[in-house]
Design a protein around this ligand. Sequence first.
Ligand code: AMP
Ligand code: GLY
Length: 416
Amino acid sequence: MKVLIIGSGGREHAIAWRLQADGADVYTCPGNPGMDTVSTRVPPPGPKPEDYLTATKAVAPDFVVIGPEAPLVAGVSDLLRANGIPVVGPTQAAAQLEGSKIFAKQTLDAAGIPTAAFHATRSVDEARQILESSAFPIVLKADGLAAGKGVIIAQNAAEAEAALQQLDSSLGPNLVIEEFLVGEEASFIVLADGKRALPLEASQDHKTIFDGDRGPNTGGMGSYSDGRILTADQQAGVMQSIIYPTLEYMARTGNPFSGFLYAGLMMTAAGPKVLEFNVRLGDPETQSLLHRIDTGFADTLQRLANGSLEGAKITWHQDPSVCVVLASHGYPDTARTGDEIRGIPEAQDTGATVFHSGTKRENGILKTAGGRVLGVTSRGATLADAIANTYRGVDCIHFDGMQVRRDIGRKGLKRW
Ligand code: AMP
Ligand code: GLY
């Protein structure tokens, strides 16, 4: 089985690692230095969808997995499919579930799926009017893709006004203004082929930069996956109240969804509600999730790329897993790059797996090249063991300005 993975982050490194373990011949486009050991890297000739088609044709894979949201929202999957290449990833039209928060909220509303009450606004004046009659805290979300940085929770009118101006100047005037929900978050991801859905185990992200869920939101500072995050009943409830109604609505409106559907959930006192949809695997959730998959990942993706999940089966390790992200100085604002990274072999010697996100090799030296630099992942017989095993690996790695949360997975300990 020959697979091409599009993307260059920790998620794509984890997918490449997992598919190679399943015996696939893996290519990554463009990949990152960490992926050299598990794949052949093929840089696209440029950043446009046509450039990915050119690179894919040169590899001639059995199927393509598109990792990040940007190429999905740009229509790379449609272009590849139009050229007869099987793809894991939704169409450009279905990718609007992530590409537009307004489209996602309108879909949730029309399909009767539990979510925060909201207003969609198209100008700063309209947003101000809504905010005048809102209770605080309130959540402001930019409509388009924002790499996890388009959401601001305002505690009062002054913060809301500042958030409005910040979002308007960086991402434009179209906003979702929504009710603040209280509860614990869970990332629930399924594979979907238009009608069928195969759930992955639940995981939990840690969105803010600092311990204790403080500070600004990031793309994700760490994750864990543990069969105890959602009970079997809760999972069945999410499938019935959220996943199947979404797939049915998308199919009914001529926009069937195929690929990874990620529901960001808030487990409120009134039951699970959708905070957001993503149309791809989460990062860093994938790094911990794929550590828990035992068999069936490559086969399932191949079936999905070819249009049907019938007969697909994934088996799981019961042990929980934890992924800690090492981020660079200044992230999530302006991330510094070019700091030398040391200690990865020592971290691997502890038994941890190290996935690369933002790294580059210069004259043989590995350096930081992005906000999120590395992810360190381990499993353990208990969640406490998985946490300890992961931080043993983390503590071997160093680069100047490294930012690490020390509390990844801790919220889950109450379930043990
Ligand atoms: P999103 O990109 O929509 O998932 O938002 C990013 C993060 O902001 C979420 O993971 C939550 O931590 C927080 N958030 C988003 N919407 C809400 C909401 N309605 N109530 C409370 N927190 C929210
Ligand atoms: N970790 C959150 C995301 O992938 O969007």
